[in-house]
Design a protein around this ligand. Sequence first.
Ligand code: TXA
Ligand code: MG
Length: 316
Amino acid sequence: MMGTKTERLSATLADITRAAGILRSGGLVAFPTETVYGLGGNARNDDAVAAIYEAKGRPSFNPLIAHLPSVEAAKRYVSWSDQAERLARAFWPGPLTLVLPLLEGHGISPLVTAGLDTLAVRVPAHSAARALLSAFDGPIAAPSANPSGRISPTSATHVRAGLDGRIEAILDDGPCTVGLESTILGLFDRPTLLRPGGISADEVAEVLGAAPLTRNGAEAITAPGQLQSHYAPSSSVRLNALDRRGDELLLGFGDMDCDVNLSQSGDLIEAAARLFAALHELDQTGRPIAVAMIPQYGLGAAINDRLRRAAAPRNI
Ligand code: TXA
Ligand code: MG
């Protein structure tokens, strides 16, 4: 949050316990991983995840990686497979992120997945990250700890330069050793390299016995929509609505008459936290959706970006 005093923590047991407590109460903690510093929040807390986007000043909602302490923990959230097992054995803990189908009852905030039914999971190797994950004992959503549009931080000094006063704490445990973000591999019909990173495609190929598809190659072969990185409702979406037309349900903002309200009090963090759940809820009715005007400042920019994508014509 703007105007917050950002605590400086180290990797002592007392400070790790403090950091876990901040996460438990919905606060944000930047922490080191072997790749880059992450900006962590409780992945099961909508408000905490909304606060991550707010602190980064992200103009859109990209899905985030859930950081976990172990393979066993990952299996609670995603549908595991033989390929996942082999890759995890070879590279976890370490700089590999796996994208897998979410399990029912996962409890992960839809803001983490940007409404998708897949989740990116990673077990980092850094000792301070592992200590924090076991102290917190839950999934930590963490994008790189830089303001949107700036380069990823590989030291606590970088984090402080970008996020001081915007987050509750920075856990400083020196520079990151890999310095490059994790490799992201989607385990869809065929394993697909979504982002090159700390583990090479060759290393992945060696474990899988075949080279992963690359994103461009995959787009040509796999079903349309499979790699779409954003959830879009199946009902039509009309923006900047002043009232309901025909059969429409109205998604509101602020003190107004509507079917679902993103935030009665006009709070943009609360609105962001509720956005995906609200879209899903309205979509399930099968009725067209009208959305009230959302202000463009703060998280409003990201909310409006998401709504514009939801309203864009589909070519399915
Ligand atoms: O090394 C890293 O991965 C660092 C450290 C902190 O762990 N994290 C990081 O997070 O780089 P971020 O948010 O900067 O990048 C996450 C990437 C995004 O490009 C996002 O689109 C992709 O992961 N991603 C997350 N969930 C996804 C999903 N369900 N499907 C496809 N892509 C996903
Ligand atoms: Mg990043």
